[in-house]
Design a protein around this ligand. Structure first.
Ligand SMILES: [Zn+2]
Length: 79
């Protein structure tokens, strides 16, 4: 397993400004470019809604572990 380097100041590939973290694993730039861990850069559209969702990561007899992950929802009203 390769160790991941921390990269707190991620720069926008579109305008070069530092991107602002909205959630863990999801960053956004003022120019409209967003980045999500796993899927990479994409352009945010008005119908996109960023939200947090709980995901169960570990389940055992006595405990359930969950973590919050960013999800992208699409507002159907604006479609
Ligand atoms: Zn930008």
């Amino acid at each position: 397993m390769a160790e991941k380097k921390k990269n707190p100041k991620q720069r926008c590939p579109n305008c070069g400004r530092a991107m602002k973290q909205q959630f863990i694993g999801l960053k956004h730039c003022k120019c409209g470019t967003s980045w999500q861990k796993g899927s990479g850069y994409f352009e945010r559209t008005p119908g996109m809604v960023f939200a947090l969702e709980r995901k169960i990561t570990k389940k055992s007899k006595n405990s359930v572990r969950s973590k919050q992950v960013p999800v992208i929802r699409y507002d159907e009203k604006q479609g």
